[in-house]
Ligand binder design. Structure first.
Ligand code: OAD
Length: 246
C-alpha cells in the first residue's frame, strides 16, 4: 500500500505517540458505531435517550436492560486487525499512550497495555452509594442490581451524556497530548468533547496529526495526514510499512 510521502518515517522516528480511538476501530469487529441506527428491540430509542443520568433515574430497569443487550452484542466480538496493529506499534514506540472512547474492552483483549478508557467499560458496574467498582454482579434476580457489599444501587461504569469524564484520566490524556511527537486519531466522529480536543492540543504543541477514518470529520481539516479507509486495513499496512512485523 502507498502512503503519503514522509508519513512512514514520521512513525519510525516518533519517540512519543498518542493514539485516540473511537467506535470506528471496532466497526470491523461487528460492533455498530455509536451513531449508526440501533437494531431490533431497541431501534425506537436513541442512545442519547438511554445513556443519561435522567434516563437512569426515571427507569433504571430499562437502562440496565439496554446495557445487558449491548453487553451481549459486544461479548461475542473479537479484536480485529486494527486493534492488533496498535499492540504491535506500541512495542516500537518508547512512550505510547492509548486513549479510547470505547467501552467495549477490545483493546484489552487484543493485548494493549495501560489503556486510558475515557468513557468507562461496559463490563464493569459501579455502586451509587460507595462508588465501588465491580467486575461481576447478579444481573438476574434483581433489577436494577444491587451492590453485594453495601446494598446500594449499581449502575453501568460508563460515562453518560451530560456527565464529566474522570479527572485523572483526562489529565493523563491531555498531558500526553502536550508532549507527544505524533497524534493518531482513529475511527472517531470528533464530535464529542472533551475527547475531540485532545488532538488539537497535541497539534498546538507541535505534534504531527494523522487521522484514519473512511469519512471526513470536523477534525480532518486540522490533520497533516488523512488516511481514508477502514482502520482494519490501514493500520496493519502502516505498521508493516514502518516496522515490517505485521
Ligand atoms: P461515532 O459513532 O460517533 O463515530 C464513528 C466514526 O468511525 C465515524 O467517524 C466513522 O466514519 C468511523 N468509522 C466507521 N467505520 C470505520 C472503520 N472501519 N475504520 C475506521 N473508522 C471507521 O463514534 P465515536 O466518535 O467513538 O460517548 O463517538 C464518541 C462518543 O460519542 C462515544 O464514546 C459515545 C458517543 O456519544 C459516550 O457514550 C459518552
Amino acid at each position: 500500500m502507498d502512503f503519503p510521502p514522509g508519513l512512514v518515517t514520521r512513525f519510525q522516528e516518533a519517540k512519543q505517540i498518542l493514539v485516540l480511538t473511537g467506535a470506528g476501530i471496532s466497526a470491523e469487529s461487528g460492533i455498530p458505531t455509536f451513531r449508526e441506527a440501533q437494531t431490533g428491540l431497541w431501534s425506537q430509542y436513541k442512545p442519547e435517550d438511554l445513556a443519561s443520568p435522567l434516563a437512569f433515574n426515571q427507569d433504571p430497569k430499562k437502562v440496565w436492560e439496554w446495557y445487558a443487550w449491548r453487553r451481549k452484542l459486544i461479548s461475542i466480538a473479537k479484536p480485529n486487525a486494527g486493534h492488533q496493529a496498535l499492540v504491535a506499534m506500541q512495542k516500537h514506540i518508547p512512550a505510547f499512550t492509548l486513549v479510547t472512547q470505547n467501552i467495549d474492552n477490545l483493546h484489552q483483549q487484543a493485548g494493549s497495555k495501560d489503556i486510558i478508557e475515557l468513557h468507562g467499560n461496559i463490563f464493569r458496574a459501579r455502586c451509587l452509594d460507595e462508588n465501588r467498582v465491580l467486575l461481576s454482579w447478579d444481573n438476574k434476580s434483581d433489577m436494577p442490581p444491587h451492590c453485594p457489599q453495601c446494598g446500594g444501587i449499581l449502575r453501568p461504569d460508563v460515562v453518560w451524556f451530560g456527565e464529566s469524564l474522570p479527572h485523572n484520566l483526562l489529565q493523563k490524556a491531555f498531558s500526553a497530548a502536550q508532549t507527544c511527537n505524533l497524534v493518531l486519531v482513529i475511527g472517531t466522529s470528533g464530535l464529542v468533547q472533551p475527547a475531540a480536543s485532545i488532538p488539537l492540543v497535541a497539534l498546538e504543541h507541535g505534534a504531527i496529526f494523522v487521522e484514519i477514518n473512511p469519512g471526513r470529520t470536523p477534525l480532518s481539516g486540522d490533520a497533516h495526514y488523512c488516511l481514508t479507509g477502514p482502520s482494519g486495513i490501514l493500520l496493519p499496512a502502516l505498521v508493516a510499512a514502518a516496522w515490517a512485523d505485521v
